[in-house]
Write a protein that binds this ligand. Structure first.
Ligand code: GLN
Length: 186
């Protein structure tokens, strides 16, 4: 079974562990640079990207190790995690740059700030239930980035090699197809 690290500085990391454990992965929390050693892949969860970034800037060793990790190993970033993985963030915010996308934070409009909808996907099994919580919108992507799911034409689940990013929260609810797909690529 793969050993998956889950960045556990802040945010919605517990639900990822539940889902990945159900899929047979061994999970551990990542809070230090040393925690990144010996894991096969990393989940960057939802939460507040600016808060996570603040933690990372306080722990430069972890920040540097993470920058290295995301260029060489499988990563899955959801919501705030997608923001951390993106190449460009609006309004401007530092990021790890592992996914060639631009994201706009909190971009789904006030009345739709948090909502549940259905995303069209080419993953087997039909549309995905997509929980959006003050979600980032993917506003631009490079040709090397594949779209795995969209809502009304806006990409919400993307992949670039072994790195995946998701605007919504696939760890909430019962549908584990996003995590299963990611693990399958290992
Ligand atoms: N609004 C958050 C941010 O900008 C992301 C929200 C989430 O992860 N649910 O980081």
């Amino acid at each position: 079974a793969p050993t998956i690290g889950i960045l556990a500085l802040q945010g919605a990391y517990e639900a990822h562990a539940r889902m990945l454990s159900q899929l047979g992965a061994d999970c551990l929390w990542v809070r230090t640079a040393a925690d990144l050693q010996g894991i096969d892949g990393l989940v960057l969860p939802g939460g507040e990207s600016s808060t996570m970034l603040h933690h990372l800037q306080q722990t430069p060793q972890l920040y540097a190790a993470l920058q290295e990790f995301v260029t060489t190993k499988p990563c899955l970033g959801t919501c705030a995690g997608l923001i951390l993985l993106a190449q460009a963030v609006l309004p401007q915010q530092p990021s790890l740059g592992a996914l060639a996308v631009t994201v706009q934070r909190n971009a789904y409009g006030r009345q739709r700030d948090s909502h549940i909808t259905s995303a069209q996907t080419n993953l087997a099994g039909g549309p995905l239930e997509a929980v959006f919580i003050r979600a980032p919108r993917i506003t631009a992507l490079s040709p090397e980035v594949q779209v795995l799911a969209d809502c009304d034409g806006t990409p919400v689940l993307v992949q670039q090699g072994q790195v995946m990013g998701c605007s919504f929260h696939p760890e909430l609810g019962a549908d584990s197809r996003v995590h299963a797909y990611w693990l399958n690529g290992f």
